[in-house]
Design a protein around this ligand. Structure first.
Ligand SMILES: *Cc1c(COP(=O)(O)O)cnc(C)c1O
Length: 377
């Protein structure tokens, strides 16, 4: 299904951090933040412990709190909705567009009300959302736009004729995950990018127990520094061991993007003639990083049956992205829907995520295509 691309260089980087004597949030984290910000084109990048803590800090900065609402999708990994509830806010679910699996911008306005603090859009499986429309909407309605870019490192959108990477950010903040299921991995890890200096300062304070002085500043000071705690915080730190690994991964990212885009276009060719099978849509203004390639089975096809047939052929797949509102963790009082969620449920029930990873060979991919054709026809 998926495999991280890690090697001797990452092992050497981790070793360098371990032997340096400085193993948590320190110089490697600072360097990783600088390099990541430069890569995505963001003024500020703040490293955190994972994608979910990134979302939580961004939502808190946007004012998510008990009694408030955040407009998002149910059709996402559960961390998206969980981060909203961790702030005490209520998720308001909007349906997706069937082809891109992303939030339907046409349905967002009806979901925004007086309690709305933010729109949390998800670049699902690496495919950019319609950021231009969403950013315009957020501005007009006076709410913040937070991007769940957990899967979308290296993805791009065309804005006014220029291709820009996800994370510039195009909203108020973008949140990345470095879990091994994404492209760039540090084992676990995350990053928040923003254009707001005051938000970046808040993230830095809150990831480190709300402590006003960083360890690097205190360490390098020739004067005694007394720390203070102006507000409560969390321990959402990334370690220097992880950051050293991430810096090497960032260097590999262009090659990863290249290979994944090749594999995605090969899938389109190899699977084109399977009756009823639908390919994911990539709008003309979007370039996915193809974190995942999710096809849609013909209506009437048995998802579990197809998956089992592929597994019998030694090929692992996953069903379409989950819907949080169908889980026991989301009883009716924990969320609200703005309109129906039919496209979300349909995408979960008929979606099929195919194997795709950097080391996948053309022969591996041919095998998947042959097995899928056999299972579908
Ligand atoms: C992976 C993922 C997350 C959570 O990231 P973690 O680093 O695992 O906390 C959040 N949202 C989406 C869409 C994801 O795919």
């Amino acid at each position: 299904m998926a495999k991280p691309w890690l090697g001797e260089e990452e092992a050497a980087a981790a070793r360098r951090a371990i032997l340096s004597g400085w193993v948590t949030q320190g110089p490697e984290v600072a360097a990783f933040e600088r390099e990541f910000a430069a890569f995505v084109g963001a003024p500020y990048a703040c490293a955190v412990s994972n994608g979910t803590s990134a979302l939580q800090l961004a939502l808190l900065a946007a004012g998510a709190a008990p009694g408030g609402e955040v407009v998002t999708v149910s059709h996402s990994f559960i961390a998206t909705a969980n981060a909203i509830r961790a702030c005490g806010s209520t998720p308001v679910f909007v349906d997706i567009q069937p082809g891109t699996y992303n939030i339907d911008p046409e349905r967002v306005e009806a979901a925004v009300g007086p309690k709305t603090r933010a729109i949390l859009c998800v670049h699902q499986l690496g495919m950019p959302c319609d950021l231009k429309t969403l950013a315009g909407l957020a501005r007009r309605l006076g709410v913040f736009l937070i991007e769940d870019a957990a899967c979308a490192v290296g993805s791009e959108v065309e804005i006014e004729g220029d291709w820009k990477r996800i994370g510039a950010p195009h909203g108020d903040a973008a949140c990345f995950s470095f879990h091994p299921r994404k492209l760039l991995t540090t084992g676990d890890g995350g990053m928040i990018t923003t254009r707001r200096a005051e938000w970046d300062a808040k993230f830095r304070l809150q990831r480190h127990h709300g402590m006003a002085v960083s360890d690097t500043v205190r360490h390098s000071s020739r004067m005694v520094v007394e720390e203070s705690y102006p507000e409560p915080g969390f321990n959402f730190r990334l370690t220097d061991i992880q950051a050293a690994t991430g810096r090497v991964q960032l260097g590999r990212l262009p090659a990863m993007l290249d290979r994944r885009r090749t594999l995605a276009s090969r899938y389109r060719e190899l699977l084109a003639d399977i009756p009823g099978l639908l390919m994911p849509e990539e709008p003309s203004w979007a370039r996915s990083n193809w974190q995942s390639f999710c096809v849609r089975l013909a209506s009437g096809a048995r998802q579990a049956g197809v998956m089992q047939a592929l597994l019998d052929d030694g090929i692992s797949t996953r069903r379409g992205v989950m819907c949080a509102h169908r889980e026991a963790a989301y009883p009716p009082e924990a969320w609200r829907a703005a309109g129906g969620l039919e496209n979300s449920e349909e995408a979960q029930d008929s979606g099929l995520i195919l194997p795709l990873f950097h080391q996948m060979t053309d022969a591996d991919q041919d095998r998947v295509a042959i097995a899928l054709r056999r299972a579908c026809v």
